[in-house]
Design a protein around this ligand. Sequence first.
Ligand code: ATP
Ligand code: MG
Length: 230
Amino acid sequence: ELDEVKGDIEFRDVWFSYIPGEWVLQGVSFHVEPRQTVAFVGSTGSGKSTILSLICRNYEFQKGEILIDGIDIRKIRISSLRRHFGQMLQDVFLFSGTIRSNIVLREENIPDEEIMKVCRYVNADHFINKLEHGLDEEVRERGNNFSAGQRQLLSFARTILHKPSVMILDEATANIDTETELLIQDSLEKMRSVGTMLIVAHRLSTIQHADNIIVLSHGRILEQGTHQQL
Ligand code: ATP
Ligand code: MG
C-alpha cells in the first residue's frame, strides 16, 4: 500500500513484448526525479505509449525493473498505484455521460464550485462556459462531440481534480486550433508544479519546457538530455 508518493520513477533495463519474441522495449533505463517533467519523443511505433502503459501496470513487462519511490511496482497494488497517478492516455478516457461525470469519475458530492475552480486552473472553463448546459452538457461515446483539444483539456481537469503525484500524458496528435493550443500549453505549465510529469510529447513547446527529453527508436533510448543539450 502506498500512502504518499513523491513521484520518483526509475526504469532499469526494461524489456517488454506484446507478442512473444517481438520486443517492443529493449533495455530501457531512465530516472525521473519528483516533480520533474520528462518528454518522450520518437517516431511512430518506437514504444513511447508502451512506456506509459507499463508505469500504470496496464501490461506486465518481462525483464528488468520499474521502481516508484524505490519500490518495485510489481509489489504495489494496482488500485493503490492508480490512486496516485493521473492517466491521460491516447484514446481512452471520455465515456458517455456529462462533462461533470467525466471529470469527477466515481466521486460524487464534489461541489460545482470546486469542479469549476479546477476547470479554470486548466483553462477548460472557456469552452465549458459556452456550452448550453455547462457541466451538465452531454458527452457522447468517446467524447466525439468535442474537439481533440477540448477532450485534452477535460482530461487535464479530471486529473488535477484527483491531485495525483504522477501525471502521465500522451499528447493529442490531432490538429488543434491555435487558440486551444495556447490554452493547453499554459495549462501544462501550471500542472508541472503539481507533480512528476511523464509526457509523450508532440508539441515543440512541451519538449522545450521538459527537464529531460528521452529520444526513442525501435524500443531503445537513442539519447537523452535537455532541449539545449540535444
Ligand atoms: P505513436 O507515436 O504512433 O503513438 P508509440 O511510440 O506510442 O507510437 P507504441 O504504441 O508504444 O508506439 O507501440 C510500439 C510498438 O508496439 C509498435 O510496433 C506497435 O505496433 C506495437 N503495439 C502497440 N500496442 C500493441 C498491442 N496492444 N498489441 C500488440 N502490439 C502493440
Ligand atoms: Mg503512442
